[in-house]
Design a protein around this ligand. Structure first.
Ligand code: NOJ
Length: 536
């Protein structure tokens, strides 16, 4: 179990293992088929035993759940489907008693169309101060029938919706997620108050959704690819916002992790300057194919881009938006690209699982913090959701070609023999997304008793990472290795070797084998798609 005294270190976030909970699908404590805070509270001991340091909750606020809660109607209320504010406060305290910090999710780019501000804006009409908090504009064309500009959406489809009085409003995601106008002082003030509201309630950190999208080109000029800077991604003035947020976080000892998807390493690192965000998700690593040379380059680039600003790297294999690792690594194309998601992509789950096990040891040995997404520790594959049960707007906005993200959001199997695999407390209640028929084998109770399971691998690896010297923040040095093999040394003689080649390779000289992702043959080799931790 994580020792509560780990809560005392100020720089815990530099090498933490952080577990992402998608509340709707984690555990259903009131038997209505939807996960909730009661479910999480009942399962906190599981997370402590797993050996993580913190829990990041995707949005749990009042929301119509059009985009899984990333359409927030009220930041100061918990959605009734999930529980109450008092319960969230209890959860934060109970987690702390078990040595687990809580990170919440703030979605500053947009709100729900049911948010009081947007409802007031619609009611108040064109030119009103209420509309100034959003991006309302007249349309183009003779009668204003065309959208005000040509901006591409972050989901496919339109970025402007016309309201009955003829004006249009901007939404980079769905029409139910109107974008806020970040040059408006109310927007800044409100978010600063929301941060304080949650820091006062004891949260240790904040994940910032769509962190590079907040500020827009002041004239909302058209997007001319490759000519001018992008009109809404990574505007220079965005950093002022994060500087003021950082001052607030520092008052409370809170930390930030930004969702920053930017290919340019120098632009990415700007978000991590010492007076801005503490960390940002490493999506280059997440999207990288399972190929040794490309992974090595990504690791080197990551460390090089973080070094000048002194920020620790983060390592992420999956989250609630991307195809689950086991499925991705079993495909011909082992990388990840939103634009390429299609139904029926062939995968070899045995191969994918073997690689995901090796990837777990590789990731947990790298310098910095790591994020685990619920079910990753169980080796859950991406589920096929019947088309008539899909809920994700990404699917509908693609015209039905993109399967969407529900396949990685399926309720967790806790007990092999129980109805809905023990997800809920009401045996007669079906979970909000269907669980595949063959998931008993992934259930927590079954895996907990199996020394060869993914869960046992994660538990053991997280424990070693916490108790053995050399893991976490600090230097990494590459070792000479055969082609297709990643071999590096950390401090204190700790080595990690991952064999991504198609052939067995010899184990380097060592004094101890700490852990291997699969069984090692007696004759001192590492089989393909296997990783080991050694001590020299
Ligand atoms: C990123 C979140 O991870 C995703 O789930 C959401 O749909 C978009 N941001 C919009 O908030």
């Amino acid at each position: 179990m994580a020792a509560p005294d780990t809560l005392r270190t100020d720089d815990w976030w530099r090498d933490a293992a952080i577990y992402q909970v998608y509340p709707r699908s984690f555990a259903d404590g009131d038997g209505d088929g939807t996960g909730d805070l009661a479910g999480v509270r009942a399962r906190l001991p599981y997370l402590a035993e797993l050996g993580v340091d913190a829990i990041w909750f995707t949005p749990w606020y009042a929301s119509p759940l059009v985009d899984g809660g990333y359409d927030v109607a009220d930041y100061r209320t918990i959605d009734p489907a999930f529980g109450t504010l008092a319960e969230a406060e209890k959860l934060i305290a109970e987690a702390r008693d078990l040595g687990l910090r809580v990170i919440i999710d703030i979605v500053p780019n947009h709100v729900s169309d049911q948010h009081a501000w947007f409802r007031a804006a619609l009611a108040a009409g064109p030119g009103s101060p209420e509309r100034a908090r959003f991006h309302f504009r007249p349309g183009r064309g003779e009668n204003g029938e065309l959208p005000p500009n040509d901006w591409p959406s972050q989901f496919s489809g339109n970025t402007w919706t016309r309201v009955p009085d003829g004006e249009w409003y901007l939404h980079l995601f769905t029409p139910e997620q109107p974008d806020l106008n970040w040059s408006h002082p109310d927007v800044r003030r409100e978010h600063e108050e929301v941060l304080r509201f949650w820091f006062e309630r004891g949260v240790a950190g904040v994940r910032i959704d769509s962190a590079a999208l907040l500020t827009k080109d002041p004239e909302l000029r058209d997007f001319i690819d490759g000519v001018d800077p992008h009109p809404y991604i990574d505007q220079d003035d965005i950093h002022d916002i994060y500087r003021s947020w950082r001052a607030i976080a520092d008052e409370y000892g809170g930390v930030f992790v930004g969702e920053v998807w930017l290919p340019d390493p120098e632009r990415f690192a700007r978000y991590l300057r010492p007076d801005e965000l503490h960390t940002a998700f490493n999506f280059n690593f997440l999207t990288c194919p399972w190929e040794a040379d490309r992974l090595r380059r990504t690791i080197d680039d990551t460390l090089a881009e973080h070094a000048p600003v002194g920020a620790p790297a983060t390592w992420v294999l999956c989250n609630h938006d991307v195809t689950r690792t086991v499925t991705r690594y079993g495909r011909d194309d082992t990388g990840f690209d939103f634009a390429k998601k299609r139904f029926g992509t062939r995968t070899d789950p045995t191969l994918g699982t073997r690689r995901a096990r090796a990837a777990a040891l590789l990731t947990l040995a790298l310098p910095g913090s790591v994020y685990l997404y619920q079910g990753e520790e169980l080796g859950l594959p991406e589920a096929d959701i019947p088309r008539d049960r899909i809920q994700d707007p990404m699917h509908f906005r693609s015209g039905g070609t993109d399967p969407g993200r529900d396949g990685c959001r399926v309720p967790i199997p806790w007990e092999a023999e129980a109805p809905a695999y023990g997800f809920g407390t009401d045996p007669g209640r079906e979970p909000w997304l269907p669980q595949p028929d063959d998931w008993a084998r992934y259930a927590v109770d079954r895996q907990a008793a199996d020394p060869g399971s993914m869960l046992t691998l994660y538990r053991t690896a997280l424990e070693l990472r916490r108790t053995e010297a050399g893991f976490g923040d600090g230097p990494l040095g590459w070792l000479p290795s055969p082609e297709g093999v990643l071999a590096f040394a950390r401090a204190e003689g700790l080595l990690c070797v991952a064999n991504l080649s198609g052939d067995p390779v010899p184990l380097p000289p060592h004094t101890d084998i700490l852990l291997a992702s699969d069984e090692l043959p007696a004759h001192g080799t590492i089989p393909p798609d296997t990783a080991v931790w050694l001590r020299t």
